[in-house]
Design a protein around this ligand. Sequence first.
Ligand code: BTN
Length: 234
Amino acid sequence: MNYLYLDTVTSTNDYAKRNIDLISDKTVVYTSNQTKGRGRFNRLWVDLGQENLFISIVLKPSLNFNNSYSCLTQYTGLKLAQTFVEYGVTPNIKWPNDILINGKKISGILAETVYKDRVLKGIIVGVGINLNANEEDFAKIDKAVTSLNIETNSEIDKNTFLKSFINIFSEDYDAFLQKGFLFIKDDYEKYINFIGKEISITNINDKFTGTAEKITDDGAIVISGKKFYTGDIL
Ligand code: BTN
């Protein structure tokens, strides 16, 4: 992996998009000062201060682009969860890729594709991680959120976390690209805790409620017999 540190930026995903031609495959663009971070479904991603991480991993699929790429967010979610485990906490993955600890969100992923003249230029996997925050900072956010320092009762070194996450991400990346979601399915399922429960999923304007039945071999979720590849679980 290559690293590209930015002092301050509106959004690492936007920066990576704008500069996609200049950034090589497997580059980690990161900052601790992000002024206009974006979340999924056009939400904001709030900057909780200097000791947090905002990352965009730039990946450039070769011509034999395959299905694995559509499960990159699940892959990234799993690798984040495994990184959190090293800190002694117990993360859960809220399908497809939010990471929760004790039911509170600690990390989110926004993956975006960049096309120019119908040619795929790259995939940007944006990751926001709450490493160090004060409870009062969460007043800015209208959801249950937490940070690693609060969960572990100790300050987190952001560079150590970044290295550890990127190592864990890199370890299985090539094998995952070759083998697809099935390669990580068993590990991914260890972090899922809503199978058998009633959940609601939204996709832009639609909402569907039912029993979460399973994760399929291609990374989708089945809710009361209906298969979803994208969506937001409420
Ligand atoms: C979500 O949970 O909705 C996804 C949040 C993704 C936030 C990260 S922070 C780094 C990267 N740059 C952005 O503007 N967004 C992603």
